[in-house]
Design a protein around this ligand. Sequence first.
Ligand SMILES: [Zn+2]
Length: 176
Amino acid sequence: MRMLVTVEFADAGVKTGTHRVLVVGGCSDMAAPGDIGMSLEEAKTLLSALQWEFVAAQAAEITERARQCKRCGARLNIKDWARRSVHTLFGRVLLQSPRLVSCPCEGTASRTISPLKGWLARTSQELRYQAAKLGSTHSYRQAAAVLHELLGVDLSFGYVGIRKAVLEAAAVWIVN
Ligand SMILES: [Zn+2]
């Protein structure tokens, strides 16, 4: 059986309408006995595809809000785009981060604004949290293996990333 997965954004933001994310399942006619539900690989592929959609929609929403000048309401132009990569719990996501040109109404020489700065990080907060949690009860290598095998965390986020997340979380606990 094959399943077409489409995404629909609930609020009328920048991303509207539905569009296909991916096809899950093989093309064999009949499922074998016990062949029930999605495989781990299919689930990981699905989560990764949904994550790309989700992150792109978040970035588009932040960008759209920043494109309106807060003084005069004019729409700011995009100067260029930079490619950014983020480690998330469901894989590495690539996205385009725009640089906007400041509004002429400011009366000063134009400057560039990166609306995603402040929101974007190399590693998502959720991955840092789960990595710290797993890394505090398992060896860093075991924790990395679980994240890679079960959730599809990118292989380049390895035990070093886990250790960093554990140490950062420990620092927060000490401060508080
Ligand atoms: Zn303006």
